[in-house]
Design a protein around this ligand. Structure first.
Ligand SMILES: *[C@@H]1O[C@H](CO)[C@@H](O)[C@H](O)[C@H]1NC(C)=O
Ligand SMILES: *[C@@H]1O[C@H](CO)[C@@H](O)[C@H](O)[C@H]1NC(C)=O
Ligand SMILES: *[C@@H]1O[C@H](CO)[C@@H](O)[C@H](O)[C@H]1NC(C)=O
Length: 368
């Protein structure tokens, strides 16, 4: 596994901070007269309808997360977080739902669109199926949406394209399929996780428009060339993981313009050609993984001299030359290449037949 800073924690923290900063405590107390009926709270009543509908759409809750979801006091429900409304600090609203790791089975009803004050919606590691309801388009304050590690299926949940406050979108480890809409990369996101779904067809050409600092597309079946528009994100992109996506062709020679990257992983694709010398310009690079492709030739020495490089994995390619600097790296893996005098390489016959007809940048699509 490549090293991943945990953007989830950082953003969750920021999200909570946001609630604390932007949802200030009410500055006055409402007078309470025990003889009067409780002051109606229409926003909490809507939340009650939404949460009861959701409870009915749950078919299994082995850890009893929702067993106290009874009665009108929704702020006491497990996993439901209330805060003063941003537009009306005297009114308490449901600002967050966090049912992570509850192992709940069920679906998301349309009524969840009544939770219009929601800033965080986290339901990772459950067994929810179906799709994200269209009514989520009403959640105009939603900032973090994490539905990862569930059983959602169907087309990309396009409703997320209508969420004006969305910064963090995590739909990884589901069964979404089909195309990724290009509008996704024009959203003002900080982090985007689409990995481990069944998306196919090509990666939209405007990928590089995204201002996100973390994008993970790995383990889908795009089967296209390296998305060279990524280079436009050179100034902002910190990590990019493109492992096992059926990528073909060569890496663009100006890839080194992505010089803010700390993690660059294109392992397990059908990429070919020389490793571009310009990778030696990614001065912040810590983790580099190009293993399980068909790269060949010499490894540029400038790469192994990168000041922060901790781990360079280039096993299972057809490299024949390795500068001494590479052997000095803390962690490296050069096995199953064609490097003479190094242990655990491919057989001379295999290397000879590969080098007799090395795949060209344009032809590789047909081999894999
Ligand atoms: C280096 O990275 C590879 C690929 O991500 C990983 O399998 C390996 O465990 C890492 N090595 C060290 C020492 O961290
Ligand atoms: C959940 O509640 C049921 C019924 O009250 C109980 O039998 C079960 O042990 C509870 N499970 C957990 C994990 O608390
Ligand atoms: C909500 O929970 C608090 C603390 O557990 C408890 O004191 C309070 O009575 C509960 N309110 C209602 C209406 O259930």
């Amino acid at each position: 596994m490549s090293k991943m800073k945990n953007p989830y924690l950082t953003l969750a923290f920021f999200g909570i901070l946001c609630i604390l900063v932007f949802f200030p405590k009410p500055s006055y107390q409402l007078p309470v007269d025990p003889d009067l009926p409780p002051i109606p709270q229409p926003r909490l009543q809507k939340a009650y309808i939404a949460l009861q509908a959701w409870k009915h759409a749950i078919t299994s809750d082995p850890k009893n997360f929702t067993s106290n979801w009874c009665g009108p006091n929704v702020c006491n429900y497990t996993g439901v977080y209330c805060a003063p409304a941003p537009d009306d600090p005297g009114t308490i609203t449901v600002a967050g739902v966090d049912l992570n790791h509850a192992n709940i089975a069920g679906s998301l009803p349309e009524d969840l669109g009544l939770l219009t004050d929601l800033a965080l919606f986290h339901i990772n590691s459950n067994r929810f199926c179906g799709s994200i309801p269209g009514s989520f388009s009403k959640l105009s304050l939603l900032y973090e949406l994490d539905v990862s590690n569930n059983q959602f299926s169907g087309e990309f949940p396009s409703v997320v394209l209508c969420l004006p406050s969305l910064k963090f979108l995590d739909i990884r480890y589901n069964e979404f399929q089909g195309k990724i809409p290009s509008q996704l990369f024009d959203l003002n996101l900080d982090a985007l996780f689409l990995n481990n779904n069944k998306f196919e067809s090509s990666i939209p050409k405007n990928l590089g428009n995204s201002p996100a600092s973390v994008i993970v597309l790995a383990n889908n079946n795009f089967g296209s060339c390296f998305p060279s528009s990524l280079i436009k994100m050179g100034g902002t992109l910190d990590e990019i993981i493109l492992t096992n996506m059926g990528l073909t062709g060569c890496l663009p020679s100006d890839i080194g313009l992505m010089n803010q990257l700390t993690v660059f992983d294109v392992s397990s694709n059908n990429l070919v050609g020389y490793l571009p010398e310009s990778i030696g310009n990614m001065k912040k690079l810590e983790q580099l993984n190009v293993a399980h492709n068909m790269f060949y030739g010499d490894i540029p020495q400038s790469i192994c001299l990168l000041p922060r490089l901790e781990n360079f994995t280039y096993s299972y390619n057809y490299f024949y030359g390795e500068p001494p600097a590479c052997l000095k790296l803390q962690a490296k893996d050069d096995t199953e290449n064609c490097i003479p005098y190094r242990p655990l390489q491919r057989s001379p016959q295999e290397c000879k037949s590969f080098y007799a007809y090395p795949p060209s940048c344009s032809a590789s699509g047909t081999t894999g």
